[in-house]
Write a protein that binds this ligand. Structure first.
Ligand code: ATP
Ligand code: MG
Length: 341
């Protein structure tokens, strides 16, 4: 079986990758539908340094996938995207369609939340993997591409990889399809990997292996990761920083330790409590109340209607970010600290 060490050897035979910081500035994504406008992402900003991992946590419908899709550039034409996505000396949002496509898979790639949408049912796993490898490495010889495909399947721990290369996606289990999608996403040794719930369908052993593999790729390629996860354990293990998303906004940001051990926003507190309760079958998993409709986000703090601490001041204006310490901030009027904006 191929090992991480073998992959490291392959990696070192190539030119060392240049590393870029990804700067996301005031990103907004609005879907225009027959029923009105959905404000899925509402002014998200963050900086992702090379080899760092940002975990984004938040309830269903908070805009996590829309944000990742906006960064990689695959939202439907109905989506209006504004802001800046600066990588190196380029703003990805100002690139033409052709240039934008050339960024995908090579500079930035994505592990999709639903692995089936990323796989074509009429082609074998091998055909799709080899095509992806070819797109990311146009100069690579055909034979080398097949060897690399096998190597990638070994890396993501697919048993009997030779046989699986000839299989169609429908012939594989959900967990195996998810690992194929991960293999395709890392085929081009991207600078930035956007991973949308990448380990959800995997058992604990394979999940641990994938997390190790991501870490290894960070060391080898200086790859940075934005990982969306419902699993706070995955966030704690993989992430340097954690962002908490609510109604399309980041409401808290800090290191994994700061956010998960000393949450400064009542919503983060709720998510952590819900995660703890999730292990107890007789207790509900969700936070009480419903998130707001993204077609009518209330003024002020969008979490106020569900917040146990809410008072009149919470409805009067969108809360400023309160700076706690060392880059840790929370958009809650009750958070201790100093306003940062
Ligand atoms: N293509 C689209 N057209 C219209 N609305 C969309 C589209 N994609 C997403 N939305 C809406 O944007 C909002 C955010 O959706 P998104 O999929 O980003 O949530 P999420 O945080 O990823 O949730 P989950 O944890 O369930 O995956 C939702 O209200 C959703 O209905
Ligand atoms: Mg999603």
């Amino acid at each position: 079986m191929s090992t991480l060490l073998e992959s490291r050897e392959t990696a070192t035979t190539q030119a060392p990758p240049s590393s870029f910081t990804l700067d996301v500035r005031d990103l907004t994504t609005t879907f225009r539908t027959r029923h009105g406008e959905t404000s899925a992402v509402n002014g998200v900003s963050f900086t992702l340094e090379p080899a760092k991992t940002l975990a984004v946590i938040g309830e269903s419908g908070s805009g996590k996938s829309a944000m990742l899709r906006s960064i990689i550039g695959i939202n439907p034409p109905s989506a209006l995207i504004t802001g800046e996505l600066v990588m190196g000396d380029r703003d990805l949002l100002s690139l033409g369609a052709k240039e934008r496509r050339s960024v995908r898979g090579r500079d930035i790639s994505m592990v999709f939340q639903d692995p089936l949408t990323a796989l074509d049912p009429v082609y074998t796993v091998g055909e799709q993997l080899i095509e992806t490898i070819g797109k990311a490495n146009p100069d690579m010889a055909k034979g080398e591409r097949s060897a690399r495909a096998l190597d990638l399947l070994n890396l993501v721990q697919i048993p009997s990889p030779q046989t699986r290369l000839k299989a169609y996606p429908s012939q594989l289990s959900g967990g195996m399809r998810q690992r194929i999608v991960i293999a395709m996403a890392i085929a081009g040794r991207p600078q930035v990997l956007l991973a949308d719930e990448p380990t959800t369908a995997l058992d604990v052993t394979v999940q641990a292996r994938i997390i190790r593999l991501f870490r290894q790729l960070q060391i080898e390629n200086q790859m940075s990761i934005v990982v969306v996860t419902h699993d706070l354990g995955v966030a704690a293990e993989l992430a340097d920083d954690v962002a908490v998303m609510y109604a399309g906004r980041f409401v808290e940001f800090g290191t994994a330790e700061q956010v998960l051990n000393s949450p400064a926003h009542p919503y983060t507190e709720g998510l952590i409590e819900a995660n703890v309760r999730a292990g107890q079958p007789d207790r509900p998993m969700a936070i009480g109340g419903m998130p707001p409709s993204l077609q009518r986000i209330p003024p002020g703090c969008a979490f106020a209607p569900r917040c146990r601490y809410a008072s009149a001041s919470c409805w009067s204006g969108y809360p400023q970010a309160q700076h706690q310490d060392d880059g840790h901030w929370s958009r809650c009027v009750f958070a201790p600290g100093q306003p940062t904006d």
